[in-house]
Design a protein around this ligand. Structure first.
Ligand SMILES: [Zn+2]
Length: 273
């Protein structure tokens, strides 16, 4: 039996002690995050940027990917210093219309304080990989073709303009994609994208074709949440010992349902005022 090479891809949202209501389940405290990163360092993991999964050429020593969605201000304040201390690579997927100084490009309604462009640039110059996460954070699978193309092109275009570097990777808002969305993502110039599936990502080996089940535009991630204990985190990072609860779609769906409900509630309030 061939053992499929796999790499854990961790997904974080905000790193905060008191996140806004409705997002608390997905927020990790700065203390817990620091402990988790220290554990990765102690255990000899080598964090790599997300795009390295699609490019191949991963380090032999315990590769792992650390990702953050949305671009919250607390990434810059609370996560970046910890990552820098350990010399860890990470990837942040930025919702460009949500940024604090998005100005005339503002779109959607962020759930919390977001980074400003200067902070995104600072992250990039500190070696953090910046990926796109759509422009206004819609459910991409529900958009008609032109609106979908606009979401994908605008976020990538703004990031490339402001950072002066190519952006070829993205994460789907809410983790949703469909074959149609993935075709549009490919056409918009992205060569890798991540979903949420709470399973390990098989990775292409140096020799031979991609492994079965590998799709560079739907690379699965593992959700680190407020309730993830350090012991559970250690098992998740290890990859071969992921607790069964991480494979439960029900748990995941509940987490995202809460975020979606919050967003719908916000939209209703917005319409009323
Ligand atoms: Zn998001």
């Amino acid at each position: 039996m061939t053992v499929l090479p796999t790499v854990p891809v961790l997904m974080y949202h905000s790193i905060a002690d008191s996140p806004p209501r409705g997002t608390a389940g997905l927020a990790v405290t700065p203390g817990a995050f620091a402990e988790q990163m220290a554990l990765l360092a102690d255990e000899g993991f080598t964090p790599v940027p997300f795009s390295a999964l699609a490019r191949g050429g991963l380090p032999a020593r315990r590769p792992i990917v650390i990702t953050f969605d949305d671009g919250y201000a607390d990434f810059h304040a609370a996560a970046l210093p910890v990552l820098a201390r350990h010399g860890f690579a990470a990837t942040v997927f930025v919702t460009t219309g949500w940024l604090a100084d998005a100005g005339r490009h503002a779109a959607g309604r962020p759930l919390d304080a977001m980074m400003a462009w200067s902070q995104v640039r600072e992250c990039a110059s500190s070696g953090v990989e910046i990926g796109a996460h759509s422009h206004g954070h819609p459910q991409l699978d529900q958009l008609p073709g032109a609106a979908l193309d606009d979401e994908l092109a605008r976020s990538r275009g703004l990031l490339e303009d402001r950072l002066g570097a190519p952006v070829t990777t993205m994460a789907y808002p809410y983790g949703y994609s469909s074959a149609r969305v993935r075709r549009a993502v490919r056409a918009a110039g992205y060569d890798s994208a991540c979903a949420v599936a709470n399973r390990l990502s098989p990775v292409p080996s140096q020799a031979g074709g991609p492994p079965r089940g590998y799709d560079a535009l739907a690379i699965p991630r593992l959700t680190v949440r407020a309730s993830t204990t350090l012991a559970t985190f250690a098992r998740v990072a290890d990859g071969r010992r992921i607790p069964l609860i991480f494979f439960s779609d029900r748990v995941l769906t509940k987490g995202y349902a809460a975020v979606r409900r919050t967003r719908y509630a916000l939209r209703r309030v917005t319409r009323r005022v």
